[in-house]
Write a protein that binds this ligand. Structure first.
Ligand code: HPA
Length: 273
């Protein structure tokens, strides 16, 4: 058991001695903190207080773990992920994912901002991740010694949780695309040639996160569901230059829709079993 999990278990028990453990943990992408604001908060714990937790450097993000209630369920929110490009460590989120598993939370929802490589998936859209391509060539399990490192990724994105997300979106009358997320290391954005390549290779969206966490989650036995908020068309698809400012400005738009979908999933019991 990780020290972080022990520490968090105590802190969470202090906050809520008697209720059920969280049904899901969520790692929220930058600009997608809307969900955290809708939560009835019971405890907030800064990353800096938790043994072994990474301290990120993305603008506007201080990492914290939030325990609270959303959609009538207990949830654990991780706000402020760290990315590979901050440290060069693809396993930077390992202590976080390990602690989630150590707390006995069996499900993980990952969200991110991403660029679309498909003309029909416009900025503001929500794309449920059906599969991924670890195009960076990196892997958070490099150096892991046990045979458990040979993790099956055949059904990395859990079919039942995906069905739950699709049902919640349908209930709300929201369109959710399904697609393949391609992980680039960043932090520079892609070139137009890389976006054309991504499309040819079968990607629907590109981004700089989520894949290492999905691999780690499968390693630790968590069921995963993930969604991208599309903030822009990929490089070269329009005349525009890409910028982090645009990503941050656009993320809350699709983010608000994704938040409603997740809240509905919770209300409908998609994370209960
Ligand atoms: N590329 C990579 N990551 C991103 C993008 C993009 O176009 N938009 C938001 N995150």
């Amino acid at each position: 058991m990780s020290q972080a999990a022990d520490f968090l278990r105590e802190r969470l028990a202090d906050a809520r001695p008697v209720v059920a453990p969280p049904v899901v943990a969520m790692v929220l992408g930058s600009g997608l903190g809307d969900l955290a604001e809708r939560v009835e908060v019971a405890a907030r714990i800064p990353f800096a207080d938790i043994p072994g937790f990474p301290v990120g450097a993305v603008s506007g993000h201080a990492g914290e773990v939030i325990l609270g209630r959303l959609g009538g369920r207990e949830v654990l929110i991780v706000s402020g992920r760290v990315h590979y490009y901050e440290s060069g460590d693809a396993g930077a989120m390992r202590p976080v994912i390990e602690a989630i598993a150590g707390l006995g939370i069996g499900k993980l929802l990952l969200t991110n901002s991403a660029g679309s490589v498909r003309a029909d998936i416009a900025p503001g859209s929500v794309m449920m991740i059906e599969d991924h391509i670890a195009f960076s060539g990196l892997n958070p399990l490099i150096g892991e010694a046990s045979d458990a490192r040979f993790v099956s990724m055949t059904t990395a994105y859990d079919e039942r949780l995906r069905a739950g997300m699709a049902e919640a979106a349908a209930k709300l009358g929201e369109t959710v695309f399904g697609g393949v997320y391609m992980w680039f290391s960043g932090p520079s954005f892609e070139t137009p040639a890389e976006i054309r390549m991504a499309r040819i290779l079968g990607a629907d969206a590109v981004g700089m996160s989520t894949v290492p966490e999905a691999i780690l989650a499968r390693f630790f036995g968590l069921r995963v569901v993930a969604a991208s908020v599309i903030t822009n068309f990929g490089a070269g698809m329009t005349g525009a230059e890409l910028s982090h400012a645009e990503t941050k400005e656009m993320a809350p738009r699709g983010g608000a829709r994704l938040s409603r979908i997740v809240e509905t999933m919770l209300q409908e019991g998609a994370f209960d079993d």
